[in-house]
Design a protein around this ligand. Structure first.
Ligand code: FAD
Length: 277
């Protein structure tokens, strides 16, 4: 149990009130779970560049291990390099390197088009300073032309220098185990940590999942639908369902869990307590 890694992700705040809430949620999660690190997302196309940086530096000043997410949008290489070096100077030693979801019709800056290019760029500019996390997709990224292509491009990120991966969320443990097996067959041996999305709001979960290609099994959809006007039953069902998933993943050898908190403490903590971690 001791060498498992648990982490929690925040969405970048866009207002001072949202920052205050994030700091409060961080305090509660840290006190109860003492995770390996927290991470803060980066809005598509750099839309939360300052919000991400401010939240990261505030968490760092509280003595918390924190990893900024970083993507490139249409930023110039100089701009990306500036941000990376600023994080390095601030003593940040972990980043989550992503392509990000680009506004349609745009491509990355200069030579940086895919996350693998960003990983290579970070290594070129800062050597081994950062632990680099990347994203991967047990249910296959929606833009991938095939399973093989998806796996090959994930491996390219590892070959470029990624140390560890966090998955897109999923509710089907078999997809994760199959993906990890396939990666191992390709010689990918970095930790692949399942991303866990607690279920809170039925409508927004369906909307977001359709967009990012995460499948919600029919039986889960049906139960959520039936509890739409019964928040207590929905909460109980959601907590038990996601706790069962986590238990199966950890029992099956997952190296840890990364919780998508949506900037709330309780949904993740209910699962955490259920797991007896
Ligand atoms: P990549 O690894 O670059 O892959 C993107 C697609 O391109 C894949 O389909 C891949 O197969 C394909 N591909 C890769 N290389 C090539 C190549 N050489 N030729 C052709 N095709 C290729 N988004 C945000 O905007 N901000 C965030 O903070 C954020 N955090 C995230 C955190 C996690 C843990 C996860 C799982 C996702 C996150 N996302 C975030 C979403 C992510 O940015 C999107 O899923 C995005 O569409 C892909 O990003 P990536 O880094 O996986 O891209």
């Amino acid at each position: 149990m001791t060498d498992r890694h648990f982490s929690f992700e925040f969405s970048a705040p866009r207002t001072e009130a949202a920052t205050a809430k994030l700091l409060d949620v961080h305090e509660r999660l840290k006190k109860e779970t003492n995770p390996s690190f927290f991470s803060v997302t980066y809005g598509a196309g750099g839309s939360t560049r300052d919000g991400t940086k401010d939240a990261v530096l505030r968490l760092k000043s509280l003595g918390t291990d924190v990893a900024p997410h970083l993507s490139f949008g249409t930023d110039t290489e100089e701009k990306i390099e500036g941000l990376i070096l600023e994080y390095q100077r601030a003593g940040i030693n972990r980043v989550v390197a992503l392509r990000g979801d680009m506004p349609s019709g745009t491509t990355g800056a200069g030579h940086i088009r895919y996350a693998a290019d960003l990983v290579r760029f970070i290594r070129e500019k800062t050597g081994d300073h950062f632990i680099i996390e990347v994203a991967c997709y047990p249910e296959i990224h929606p833009d991938s032309k095939s399973v093989d292509a998806d796996l090959r491009f994930f491996k390219a990120k590892v070959d470029a220098g990624a140390n560890s991966a966090i998955t897109q969320y999923f509710y089907n443990a078999d997809a994760y185990f199959r993906y990890v097996d396939a990666c191992q067959k390709l010689g990918v041996d970095i930790p692949i940590v399942p991303g866990i999305m607690p279920i809170t709001n039925f409508a927004s979960l369906i909307r977001f999942s359709d967009k990012c290609g995460a499948e919600i099994p029919r039986w889960i959809r049906q139960y959520l639908h039936s509890y739409e006007n019964d928040p207590e039953s929905l909460k109980t069902f959601a907590t038990e369902t996601v706790s069962d998933l986590c238990r199966r993943l950890l029992d099956g050898g997952a190296p840890g869990l990364h919780f998508y908190t949506l900037n709330q403490s309780l949904p993740s903590l209910r699962i955490w307590r259920n797991l007896g971690l």
